[in-house]
Design a protein around this ligand. Structure first.
Ligand code: PGA
Ligand code: ZN
Length: 423
């Protein structure tokens, strides 16, 4: 039985307040859950409730969400069966009563949802991934690791948000980390030598100063070579364009601030096609805005069989949006972020729908993270096959990569790792 639920403020990797929840069961087992926080959030995401009082943490405090947990959610869940995650989550969805969880706050609801699951795992003395996925979950993921950060995460010095590495030639998880380590360091050295290194983006990637995106793609390709690898074969580039942030809905155009260029949807797709031809790019996330549906159909027609095309802002981990996307062939992969939808149950449903269509699920962190590693367990439990967590430095990122190593130890010979393939 659920004995107590308490919420309180902790701080994320940007130093912003966020909600943490501790759940205690009647047998003494404890579980914690914490809400991460995005910066380039999609318009269809579940609502992150912040107090908005400029006098208090610049409006970013989460006292209301915390009082909703302690005053509304806790009384409704006390005495309930924690093993019935679906009923726990449904109780909160009903209490909230809005489609986007704006009443109680998705940050309040998610922290409770994950804390209940963690408490049950502790009570049964099983690791989180096993509680989430039973005996079926045993696939170690390919990391998608940020080398260079831009967009909303780096003061718009660069328009494309993430330049990531996928070590697609690796034959095990440990090897993906070594390849990434070497490319990350080689690229950093190159940037410093070129005098382009500026700072660290929110997810820990390098924040460079460049005159064009092509220069960055060139530099990253050079970084792969300088680390001793063959671009495209051993290690490849993935981009998160986060194109909703570049789109002007009144003129239906995309704009790069970096070199002051404006594109129609067709022109933007043709630019991306050129990049796909010229650089070792194997994955594009949010190549188009979440409202440019025709653009998604077109890019899928041209490149859907060739590279991975991921919807993040397009789907916001929302089962009904994913279903619609599948029906219209808008992408071939879905980025999965728990706090975009707000409960464990709905997240698992989103992954199930994605995988049932033979699309890929890419489990992802947010730009604002904590030392929590729930998503590493989620990736393994659901056999998602991919995990995106930002860069290869800073502890709120490394804890996720490290947790997969620990899960590998727990799984032993039962652990699987599939070679990279687009199909
Ligand atoms: P966010 O960025 O957490 O700031 O939304 C991550 C992403 O866009 O994938
Ligand atoms: Zn994204």
């Amino acid at each position: 039985k659920i004995k107590s639920i308490e919420a309180y403020t902790i701080f994320d990797s940007r130093g912003n307040p966020t909600v943490e929840v501790e759940v205690a069961l009647s047998n003494g087992a404890l579980g914690r859950g914490v809400a991460p926080s995005g910066a380039s959030t999609g318009q269809y995401e579940a609502h992150e409730l912040r107090d908005g009082n400029p006098e208090h943490f610049n409006g970013k405090s989460v006292d209301k969400a915390i009082s909703h947990v302690n005053g509304i959610i806790a009384p409704a869940l006390l005495g309930k069966d924690p093993e019935n995650q679906q009923a726990v989550d449904q109780t909160m969805i009903d209490l909230d009563g809005t489609p986007n969880k704006s009443n109680l706050g998705a940050n309040a609801i998610l922290a409770v949802s994950t804390a209940v699951l963690a408490a049950v795992a502790n009570s049964r003395q099983v690791p989180l991934f096993e509680q989430l996925g039973g005996a079926e979950g045993n696939l170690l993921p390919f990391p998608e690791i940020q080398i260079i950060g831009g967009g909303a995460h780096a003061e718009w010095r660069v328009d494309v948000q993430d330049f990531l590495l996928i070590a697609n030639g690796a034959s095990n998880y440990e090897e993906t980390l070594e390849i990434t380590f070497r490319v990350f360091n080689a690229t950093g050295k190159l940037l410093k030598k070129m005098g382009r290194y500026y700072g660290a983006a929110d997810e820990g990637g390098f924040w460079p100063e460049f005159d064009s995106h092509e220069q960055i793609l060139d530099t990253l390709t050079e970084g792969i070579k300088a680390a001793g690898y063959v671009p495209g074969k051993d290690a490849s580039i993935a981009l998160d364009v986060a194109a909703s942030d570049l789109y002007d809905e009144t003129t239906n155009t995309y704009r790069f601030r970096l070199d002051d260029r404006t594109f129609t949807s067709a022109e933007f797709i043709s630019l991306l096609s050129t990049w796909i031809d010229q650089y070792p790019i194997i994955s594009l996330e949010d190549p188009l805005a979440d409202t440019d549906i025709e653009g998604w159909k077109t890019i899928m027609k041209h490149h859907g069989n060739q590279i991975q095309i991921i919807g993040d802002d397009l789907f916001t981990t929302n089962p009904s949006r994913i279903r619609e996307g599948i029906a219209n062939n808008l992408a071939n992969a879905v980025l999965i972020k728990l706090n975009q939808i707000g409960t464990v149950t709905e997240t698992l449903e989103a992954i199930r729908i994605t995988q049932a269509a033979n699309w890929r699920a890419v489990v992802s962190a947010r730009s604002g993270e904590t030392e929590d590693a729930f998503i590493s367990h989620l990736a393994v439990a659901t056999n998602a096959g991919q995990l995106k967590v930002g860069s290869f430095r800073h502890s709120e990122r490394m804890v996720k990569w490290n947790e997969i190593l620990r899960i590998h130890r727990l799984l032993g010979f039962r652990a699987r790792f599939n070679p990279w393939s687009i199909q």
